[in-house]
Design a binder for this molecule. Sequence first.
Ligand SMILES: Nc1ncnc2c1ncn2[C@@H]1O[C@H](COP(=O)(O)OP(=O)(O)OP(=O)(O)O)[C@@H](O)[C@H]1O
Ligand SMILES: [Mg+2]
Length: 254
Amino acid sequence: MQTGLFITATDTDTGKTFITGAIAAAIKARGITVGVVKPVASGGTADSSGRLVSADATFLMLAAGMGEARRQQVNPVCLAPALTPAVAAVESGVTIDVAQLIGISRAMLACSAVTLIEGVGGITAPLWQDYLVADMMLALGLPGLLVTRPGLGTINHTVLTAKYASQRGIQLAGIIINRWPEERVTVRERSNLEYIERLTGLPVLGKFPAVPGVISDQTAMARLAVLAEKHLPIDHFIKLMTGGGCSADGNTAR
Ligand SMILES: Nc1ncnc2c1ncn2[C@@H]1O[C@H](COP(=O)(O)OP(=O)(O)OP(=O)(O)O)[C@@H](O)[C@H]1O
Ligand SMILES: [Mg+2]
């Protein structure tokens, strides 16, 4: 049974981590064990002990209530160069074992009621040699969520991503438009949304606002969970992942 969602986007910096974290925080706040995975991260930075860490993994772990001890399960590969993973790995003298990435993801899927897996960049970002994010999505067989921008250029990026996914046989459950300017929506955003739905045939499942401030502690993350409940169809996501039911067995930080 599918118990996860794979979050991809039209581009890097579109909001995969932010949206994945928001969904994870909302699910955790319901008392459901949520796993998070960032299989490969680039642009990692050294922590106080010199270990490379991914800010994406840190954010996702905070959202899911996972302690530092689980970092390796969440993010098995963290590379320093801010390059596409396949290139960052070669530059770092690292070999990426794709089977290991799949294995880590499956392990998280097996030990959590639901699991959210964040991709890297967009759907055709190379993870290792010619193995793309899309190949990993196919291997895991999870429904995908596509995070997009609201502004100019988004129709093209979103339609191309959706068509590529469809061509590859990847099932996208829908689209989340991130940084939706609810109070200042103009014909630009409204028409973008309409075109995106019509040309992709996919539903826009959520329009998420830009949230002010930094989210780096449990209090701010709890506020993000409330916003996720307001702006995103959390029930629908849980149903997508569990086929209707989900055990509410709590989540413990280790
Ligand atoms: N709705 C939002 N409100 C406020 N800040 C946001 C929002 N969405 C994203 N951001 C911020 O924008 C930046 C890029 O977002 P994010 O890291 O989620 O993108 P990404 O798609 O995960 O990028 P990458 O490809 O590097 O993984 C981050 O600093 C994030 O905190
Ligand atoms: Mg990210």
